[in-house]
Design a protein around this ligand. Structure first.
Ligand code: ADP
Ligand code: MG
Ligand code: MG
Length: 867
């Protein structure tokens, strides 16, 4: 089997066999670019070597044949001192991978041939420089000699001779260095630097192969999910020299700006330099535009090659080049790494130029790039100077800094006084909403990815870190402790919602992102995608954001969120806690007016689109007063004694509120609440219809588990609606449907279907009930489950396809054949999980609904996976 390929034999399609570098060197050779000649030893040869620990005779023979061919073509000889052939030995696996062997340059030189090279070129400085580099690189890479020993020796020499730069070194100086380096080599390795080129070569090849299993490389592969079974190729290539003097040089350039995506060659170069001098930081490289002034011919040639390569690879390229005595050589090309911003710019530009299709351009973007584009990130330099003091769960992306406050009221006050605020609490509750709204970031020491703080912050697009257990928060004393340190009220912290890190002090933000381009991408995504995306949103801002991003309606408007304002919650409390029928009626009336106003807003914003409004869902206790002041306030408002109200509160207390008196169960015992909400919805819809607006309210009943529960409530609501229609003499279209969030409901969905016009899976509760994992407590054990590989990941974040998914599939399977017109949606957190998208499409879901800020990522994923 062939294990060595000449550059004239391979192609860019052969990355598996030839590695990325080798495949592209071959490709560039075949399209006629000036690439120094050479050949590639395959990854298969590497894997065989790693097994046998031995370069077998046949492989050596194959290499010899290719060396002979190289000698013939170059007119130079490898083991000959008259006209020595020098090569580089370069590793290159399928994926570029730091931590593996580096490159060895100038291989083939020895004590004799270096003199010949000096004479032949009349350039001893150059020749000696090459040789000392070889000893250094070979020592470092093949024999693991600490490269600092060489660097230090060179630095000392320069200091002693009053030189500030390598370019000041004369031939005699380099000769001295060669002597010193040879001694270092001898001392460290225990044998002389090998003089035989073939010996150098095979040692280098073996070192490249072996480096595949370097601990650093192994770790890198594990982190990046690169299989260990790929192996690395080795490229052996004739040297061209950028270090022969002022007419030579070396550089790296991108075909576009990798930070912004702007067109035009972008890069750096150094004259009289070799290899990685440009990136090594020893000398300061110059911007490539200066090459245009110094050497317009070369520059023009290079620019043309950049365009040619970009057109050929249909993507932005990262190119390494060398100039030898005014002649240009290309040494590497690959798709260039880029920022999220540049990725957007380049992908859309290429599509608009007709180089790639719109779908292909979407495939080059990732949800995490959208996240980066949408949210500010910390300035990289500032970030590097800071160390995190604590780490929690990255609940809502973004970066922010501000002064710490320990309760919502203080946060609000500080905000009103013009401060940037970070709300730091043990956990948040609905009453904290207003304080959360004004915060730059929210941090909690408890709670998981679906805790109140996390869900609300994501909904608002506010940076949030939860479950930061290293912080011991004391809200009473207004301080938080970590280790022996204390954060006091007003101290500045910086919060990274993308990593979960918390820092002390202010870290600069890097904001300016281009949202126009995102709009374009999302429009394409919505065109191409084959499943709809709606939003979980109820505030004007969130709805607007979602629609701007291309959501095609609202999949979940949570009515309870509208009850948490100061005045409203008092009415809610009065409604539940007062004994008096009259009092309750009055509270309901007031609440209805609030709600009608809400629905007018929501429904008119979503004109022409479906808008699913969920009736009241959370457990009673979320609405109950907690502090003494709150009890007093309610008592006063109801005209009752505080004791009485406390007593009433006690009566309503539950052992297990999440499984208790909530959702439709509240409506069975207090039907007037849902009646009130439905009145508000229908009245709002009637008003809007009257004004000529097309509205499509979908009324959704939560927590249904039993057919008769649904029929009972549906009849109740329908008779209310019919009454409203009669009274007004007008009608509007509406739907009534149910959430499927209890396993029993999924298993009996066909029975529910006779009373429902649509269904929506509430995957948060469905996951909680399927696993029996309490959403609010699972943070205590789930991380360990994941660490111990009992679970792959958090099922509240990533849809559990085997369990929860099976229930969903069952429900759809029971319903769709008989009721094809009934639509199915998902409105839990996992609606925003890109990995679940393919699965959800497959089981026949009509749409997913996720928080506004996740709409873009989900739209993108759907488009990418559409056929
Ligand atoms: P890396 O994968 O770390 O970029 P490379 O194999 O690309 O390593 O080598 C690094 C640099 O060494 C190249 O960018 C080039 O400047 C120089 N180099 C490699 N091979 C040759 C060669 N045959 N002639 C001249 N320079 C070379
Ligand atoms: Mg390198
Ligand atoms: Mg390179």
């Amino acid at each position: 089997k062939k294990r060595v390929y000449d550059f004239t034999q391979g192609s860019k399609e052969q990355k598996d066999l030839l590695g990325g570098k080798g495949a592209n060197l071959a490709e560039m050779t075949s399209i006629g670019l000036p690439v120094p000649r050479g050949f590639t030893i395959t990854t298969e040869a590497c894997l065989e070597y790693l097994n046998s620990k031995n370069l077998d005779a046949e492989l050596i023979k194959e290499i010899e044949t290719h060396i002979a061919r190289l000698e013939k073509e170059t007119g130079k000889k490898f083991a000959d001192n008259e006209n020595p052939l020098l090569v580089s030995v370069r590793s290159g696996s399928k994926f570029s991978m730091p931590g593996m062997m580096d490159t060895i340059l100038n291989l083939g030189l020895n004590h004799q041939s270096v003199e010949i090279l000096a004479q032949k070129t009349g350039n001893p400085v150059f020749a000696y420089d090459c040789y000392r580099r070889l000893i250094q690189m070979f020592g470092d890479v093949v024999k693991a000699v600490d490269k600092n020993l060489f660097e230090e020796a060179l630095t000392d020499y320069k200091i002693n001779h009053g030189y500030t730069s390598d370019t000041e070194m004369q031939a005699v100086d380099w000769k001295q260095i060669i002597k010193q380096f040879s001694e270092i080599y001898l001392k460290e390795v225990g044998e002389k630097f090998p003089q035989e080129p073939a010996e150098q070569l095979y040692a280098a090849v073996e070192a490249v192969f072996t480096s595949w299993n370097n601990p650093r490389a192994v770790t890198y592969r594990r982190i990046h999910d690169i299989p260990d079974t790929l192996g690395t190729a080795v490229n052996i290539q004739e040297m061209v020299f950028g270090n022969t003097g002022a007419k030579s040089g070396t550089g790296v350039a991108f075909t576009r700006n990798p930070a912004t995506g702007e067109g035009g060659v972008f890069g750096e170069f150094l004259m009289n330099a070799q290899g990685e001098d440009v990136v090594a930081g020893i000398r300061t490289p110059r911007p490539i535009q200066e090459l245009k002034e110094d050497n317009p011919d070369i520059y023009r040639q290079f620019e043309k090659i950049c365009q040619q390569l970009e057109a050929h690879y249909q993507d932005m390229q990262d190119i390494e080049f060398t100039i030898e005595e005014g002649k240009l050589f290309i040494l590497q090309t690959r798709n260039g790494k880029r920022t999220a911003k540049a990725a957007f710019k380049i992908a859309t530009q290429l599509a608009e130029d007709g180089v790639i299709s719109k779908k292909e351009s979407l495939k080059r973007l990732t949800p995490s790039m959208i996240t980066q584009l949408l949210h500010p990130v910390f300035d990289e330099k500032s970030l590097a100077q800071n160390q995190a003091i604590a780490k929690g769960l990255p609940a809502s992306p973004g970066a922010a800094y501000g002064r710490v406050y320990f309760n919502a009221q203080d946060a609000q006050n500080a905000h009103e006084a013009g401060q940037k605020v970070v709300l730091l609490r043990t956990e948040t509750s609905p009453e904290d909403i207003e304080g959360m709204l004004v915060s730059e970031a929210i941090v909690t020491s408890r709670g998981g990815m679906t805790s109140h703080a996390a869900v609300v912050a994501r909904g608002m697009g506010v940076c949030c870190v939860v479950g930061c257990e290293a912080l011991n928060v004391n809200e009473k004393r207004k301080q938080a402790q970590y280790g022996t340190q204390i954060i006091k009220e007003g101290d500045i912290v910086s919060v990274d919602g993308t990593t979960g890190n918390i820092y002390r002090g202010e870290i600069k933000l890097d904001k300016a992102q281009d949202l126009e381009i995102l709009g374009k991408v999302l429009k394409w995504a919505a065109e191409i995608g084959d499943m709809k995306v709606r939003a979980n949103a109820e505030t004007v801002d969130d709805i607007k954001t979602a629609l701007d991003f291309g959501a095609s309606g609202i999949g979940l408007a949570r009515t309870e969120h509208m009850f948490f304002g100061k005045e409203r919650i008092l009415e809610v409390r009065k409604m539940f806690l007062s004994e008096e029928e009259m009092q309750r009626k009055k509270s309901l009336e007031t609440l209805k007016e609030y709600q009608k106003k809400d629905f007018l807003e929501i429904l008119s914003l979503t004109e022409g689109m479906p808008c699913t409004i969920r009736l009241l869902d959370p457990p009673l206790h979320e609405f109950m007063p907690k502090t003494k002041e709150e009890f007093e306030e309610v008592a006063k408002a109801c005209g009752q004694s505080v004791d009485f109200i406390i007593q009433r509160g006690k009566e309503l207390e539950e052992f297990n509120p999440m499984l208790g008196h909530r959702g439709c169960r509240l409506a069975v015992t207090y039907p007037e609440i849902y009646e009130m909400q439905v009145e508000a919805i229908i009245e709002a819809a009637l008003d809007l219809a009257q004004a000529g607006k097309q509205v499509k309210p979908e009324i959704m009943i939560p927590l249904i588990s039993e057919e008769r529960e649904l029929t009972y409530l549906k009849e109740l609501l329908e008779s209310k609606i019919q009454k409203l229609f009669k009274e007004s003499g007008r009608e509007v279209a509406y739907k009534i449907g149910a959430m499927l969030e209890i396993p029993r409901a999924c298993l009996t969905a066909d029975k529910l279907a006779s009373a429902a016009q649509f269904f929506s899976f509430g995957t948060n509760d469905l996951t909680q009930l399927t696993y029996g994992f309490s959403r609010d407590d699972s943070v205590k054990f789930l991380p360990e489950y994941i660490e111990k590989r009992i679970l792959q990941d958090d099922p509240f974040q990533h849809l559990d396809q085997d369990g929860v998914g099976a229930l969903m599939k069952t429900a759809i399977g029971l319903v769709k054949p008989e009721y094809p017109e009934i639509s199915f949606g998902v409105c839990g957190e996992v609606g925003g999980d890109p990995e679940a998208v393919t699965f959800l499409k497959k089981i026949g879901l009509d749409y997913v609904s996720c928080s506004s800020y996740r709409v873009p990522a989900v739209l993108l994923t759907i488009a990418q996976s559409s056929t």
